[in-house]
Design a protein around this ligand. Structure first.
Ligand SMILES: [Zn+2]
Length: 173
């Protein structure tokens, strides 16, 4: 999980957070990521964050812990979470659609952050797919449908289909 995060220089203090990043000014518990990009050849992510409470903006550098995020497959087996694989899947689904690389990177960041904040244990592959679907749906209906159909072929488990059916009924936020 993303356990260590430091404020950008000159303040280089290291903070430990199990969940979201607290506001450095008012200590509000949850801050919104407004921009993120990889740094140090992918070993860290530089995030621009905004506090919804006091609107203060600050930058963090977050490093990946040595422990990889593990994904368990519904049909058995487990493998490390691969951001590149997720991105290529989303890109394939978004082909010809008005979704740029920034949006796809932001989606991948958001999915990875959600998965890493789930408690540090293994994450079922259905959760990964659904986390992508939720975000893709808000971006583009066509890409969402494509990803959903490919994803079902990869992991055609009953629990996925049940959850996907629930997702279909929920309104687009
Ligand atoms: Zn604040």
């Amino acid at each position: 999980m993303w356990v260590s995060a430091s404020l950008s220089p000159p303040n280089s203090s290291v903070f430990y957070y199990a969940g979201g990043m607290r506001c450095v000014i008012c200590r509000h518990e949850d801050t919104k990521v407004v921009d993120s990009r990889t740094a140090e050849d992918g070993a860290a992510i530089r995030r621009r964050r905004e506090c919804p409470h006091c609107l203060h903006r600050f930058t963090t550098f977050e490093r990946m812990d040595e422990v990889p995020l593990m994904v368990t497959k519904t049909l058995g087996g487990r493998e490390p979470f691969e951001r590149a694989k997720l991105i290529s899947g989303v890109k394939a689904a978004s082909k010809g659609r008005p979704i740029d690389d920034d949006a796809i990177n932001a989606l991948a960041d958001s999915v990875e952050e959600e998965l890493r904040n789930m408690g540090g244990g293994d994450v079922p592959s259905t959760k990964v797919g659904l986390a992508v679907l939720e975000r893709l749906r808000a971006l583009d209906e066509v890409a969402y449908m494509r990803f959903a159909s490919v994803y079902k072929n990869f992991d055609a488990a009953e629990d996925f289909q049940r959850e996907a059916a629930l997702l279909d009924k929920s309104p687009v936020s």
